[in-house]
Write a protein that binds this ligand. Structure first.
Ligand SMILES: Cc1cc2nc3c(=O)[nH]c(=O)nc-3n(C[C@H](O)[C@H](O)[C@H](O)COP(=O)(O)OP(=O)(O)OC[C@H]3O[C@@H](n4cnc5c(N)ncnc54)[C@H](O)[C@@H]3O)c2cc1C
Length: 483
């Protein structure tokens, strides 16, 4: 008989990983299953990376409440988990007089949602805050509680903290259906076998509709994915300090221009229906649309400075636009979380806290773990250290003296640490997301061969099995001439 868990969590995006971290405070045995080879593959790591202040969601919705609560909670949690977060504040910049009048509506909505510290800024104040802004700007809504975060590290750090506190993670493990007894869920079927538990939580993001349908819940709810494309600029070519939004119009929210925790300028996202839930491809048309749209806020942005493009998929639900966080009456041991589009990243800690609340309401006896730690430490980031610190680190571990990625100055020591952490990297992209290797101007042109070699040695696998992001993305097909 397989081990019986207290809780099985399906999906290790930000919602599943953060819930695992919160639940690990209690005497629970917890299993997280993830169909991909790593945590946070998409969309939790492919988004605008903004901890929104909370003036955008409609007052009275779960989105509005959890966004404002989550924003506040991240201040502490980012510190506990060593997640890079910059409290930049955000500006909704009005271009022209008509848009300035509309800022008042957003301000009022923010007040209803409980957003702290907002102010309407005049043109001069806006220009002082962001000199690159369109000279036709007339003013802005300033929300000081907004921040930018490293979204992948947010997921990884939550998962690592959960793992440190005893949560088990299984990757490349796909949910295939429920196991029920007398109409009660007692476990799940996966490609790696059956697992049994008292509770099952659905945090499968884009696939949350399919999971809930297997449990017989909300048969009419459907995720209709919408793609958002992004462009990243070379940090040495352009920089700004702010998160800049357009004033929303009937056409939508428009393209935002933002700084990131890594110092690059990022622009996006557009919003177009995606045919498939795995369609992460960017298009020439989309790139033009995003670049053109961004010029309304920062006209000086130039195509030649773009160094990377990516796309994320919104898990937009068909039934209204609010988050679903519930224990449905018909399946009393099933925690159902769905429709978590933006601001899901900002709201994740509040969603996790709400899950604990739902368990308590259902009569679950939550016994705190005596030795629970809220802390997850980051591994060293070599290029940010002083000369003295670098020398000390190299003395302790000579692998830190070997630079592998020249643009971003990432060392062999960082690569090995990322592969030996509580949630280890198994692929090139896994290492890249953890260390920022290969993200500079040369976009990995120099580091690939050495990293492939390191992965092969560390995992003790032939180089033909080393992959970019899991099965079917191997770099090397075969050896030539025996070399
Ligand atoms: C373009 C865009 C911009 C955004 N910008 C922001 C922003 O700036 N701020 C903000 O707060 N939010 C933003 N969001 C929203 C935010 O990214 C999401 O709300 C959040 O990432 C959702 O997390 P999740 O854990 O629910 O889902 P996901 O990240 O989708 O995680 C679900 C996980 O479940 C796994 N899974 C699915 N099916 C199965 C299965 N059958 N078996 C096992 N595992 C499975 C998936 O592989 C995945 O890892 C944005 C989203 C997009 C797309």
């Amino acid at each position: 008989m397989n081990q019986k868990y207290d809780v099985i969590i399906i999906g290790s995006g930000i919602v599943g990983s953060m819930a695992a971290r919160f639940l690990s405070q209690y005497e629970f045995s917890i299993l997280v299953i993830e169909k991909e080879i790593d945590v946070g593959m998409c969309p939790s790591a492919a988004n605008s990376a903004i901890i929104h202040a909370g003036f955008d969601p409609k007052p009275g919705t779960l989105k509005a409440k959890l966004n404002v609560q989550g924003n506040k909670m991240w201040e502490n949690i980012a510190g506990e988990l060593s997640v890079p977060m910059k409290k930049t504040g955000s500006l909704v910049a009005a271009i022209g007089q008509d848009e300035f009048t509309k800022l008042g509506e957003l301000y009022e909505r923010g007040i209803s949602n409980g957003v702290p510290g907002m102010r309407l800024l005049k043109r001069e104040e806006l220009l002082n805050k962001e000199p690159l802004i369109n000279p036709n700007a007339t003013g802005a809504l300033w929300a000081p509680s907004a921040a930018v975060i490293d979204p992948f590290t947010a997921v990884l750090a939550s998962a690592e903290n959960a793992a440190i506190n005893g949560v088990q993670f299984l990757f490349e493990t796909k949910f295939m259906g429920f196991i029920a007894e007398n109409k009660k869920i007692i476990g799940i079927k996966t490609n790696k076998g059956d697992f049994f538990s008292r509770w099952v939580m659905n945090s499968a993001g884009l696939y949350s509709d399919e999971v809930m349908h297997s449990a017989g819940v909300r048969p009419d709810f459907k995720i209709l994915p919408r793609k958002g494309e992004y462009l990243i600029f070379d940090a040495s070519a352009v920089s700004l300090n702010n998160v800049l939004f357009q004033v929303p119009s009937e056409k939508g929210k428009g393209i935002l221009v933002s700084t990131t925790t890594h110092g690059n300028v990022m622009i996006g996202p557009n919003s177009n229906p995606a045919e498939k839930k795995e369609d992460h491809a960017t298009t020439g048309k989309g790139i033009e649309e995003v670049l053109e749209g961004s010029k309304k806020l920062v006209p000086s942005l130039q195509k030649k400075d773009i160094i990377a493009v990516y796309a994320g998929l919104r898990a937009t639900g068909n039934a209204g636009k609010d988050f679903i966080v519930e224990i449905p009456k018909e399946t009393p041991n099933f925690i159902n979380i769905a429709g978590i589009e933006s601001p899901g990243l900002a709201s994740a800690p509040a969603i996790a806290r709400m899950v604990i609340g739902l368990l308590k309401e259902s009569g679950e006896n939550l016994k705190p773990k005596v030795n629970w730690t809220p802390i997850r430490k980051a591994t060293p980031c070599f290029h940010k250290l002083s000369h003295k610190e670098k020398a000390g680190l190299i003395k302790k571990n000579p692998a830190y003296g070997r630079i592998v990625c020249r643009c971003e100055e990432i060392t062999e020591g960082e690569i090995l640490d990322s592969m030996r952490s509580p949630i280890p990297a198994f692929t090139y992209d896994g290492i890249k997301r953890r260390t920022w290797l290969g993200t500079g101007r040369c976009q990995a042109g120099f580091d690939y061969p050495r990293v492939i070699e390191i992965i092969s040695q560390e995992l003790k696998i032939p180089i033909t099995e080393v992959s970019k992001k899991g099965k079917d993305s191997e770099f090397i097909i075969r050896k030539t001439k025996g070399s």
